[in-house]
Design a protein around this ligand. Structure first.
Ligand SMILES: C[S@@+](CC[C@H](N)C(=O)[O-])C[C@H]1O[C@@H](n2cnc3c(N)ncnc32)[C@H](O)[C@@H]1O
Length: 210
């Protein structure tokens, strides 16, 4: 297991991830705050009402609870992650009446086809050994009419981008060209594909036709 994946299993990183690591590292990479990312996630996923939401690689639940707060009726959000340390933190910091957490692998989701109205995976595909298999799994569990949203690394050819690729490559992080996820989602039959690029990060969302 590489350094980046090992660190996600460490209780010390899990303890500071939501308050310090995530805001600082993602602001440096994209110029965006976690609050902006959270609000955009709700918009991209078109959340509200009784939707069933799956937050893949949820870490300490820093998006899962926020997303669940937009739901009502029978709506709920499930956070899935492979790190026990992150999930222990999620249960401490981000519980709520519409939230549950589950340990699992993004590349082999323990859910039937079409289970969720919204599926998201923020800040994690660059850590997952087989990211395209994981992305296909996300689409598999998405219900007709449902929306998927991901954020991940983006290949940026500025000096800062090249420097980050060297550091990221050393720790085991992958970098994706802009076409990878829009093309995959289109190939899988999704529509209304939207993409935004903010420096070293890209945000892609799409709809499974009803
Ligand atoms: C940087 S955190 C992202 C947390 C949150 N989604 C966010 O955007 O802040 C990345 C998470 O991906 C999880 N992860 C990495 N590979 C995974 C896999 N194959 N299956 C499930 N979770 C995985 C790690 O345990 C870690 O908690």
């Amino acid at each position: 297991m590489n350094l980046a994946r090992r660190s996600m299993n460490h209780p010390a990183l899990a303890a500071v991830y939501e308050r310090a690591w995530r805001p600082a590292a993602f602001f440096a990479a994209s110029g965006r705050t976690m609050e902006t990312d959270r609000r955009d996630a709700v918009r991209q996923l078109r959340l509200g009402g009784s939707k069933k939401v799956l937050d893949i690689a949820c870490g300490p639940g820093n998006f899962t609870r926020f997303l669940s707060n937009t739901l009502s009726g029978n709506g709920f959000a499930v956070g899935l992650d492979y790190s026990e340390a992150m999930l222990a933190r999620a249960v401490l910091d981000n519980t709520g009446p519409r939230v549950g957490y589950l340990r699992g692998d993004a590349a082999r989701l323990p859910f039937a086809d079409g289970t969720f109205d919204a599926v998201c995976c923020f800040g994690a595909l660059y850590l997952i050994p087989d990211p395209l298999t994981a992305a296909r799994e996300m689409v598999r569990v998405l219900a007709p009419g449902g929306r998927i949203a991901i954020s991940t690394s983006h290949r940026d050819d500025s000096a800062f981008g090249r420097f980050s690729r060297v550091v990221g490559g050393w720790s085991g992080l992958r970098v994706f060209p802009s076409a990878t996820f829009p093309e995959l989602f289109t190939e899988l039959g999704l529509v209304d594909v939207e993409q935004q690029v903010h420096r070293l990060l890209q945000y892609v969302s799409a709809t499974r036709p009803a």
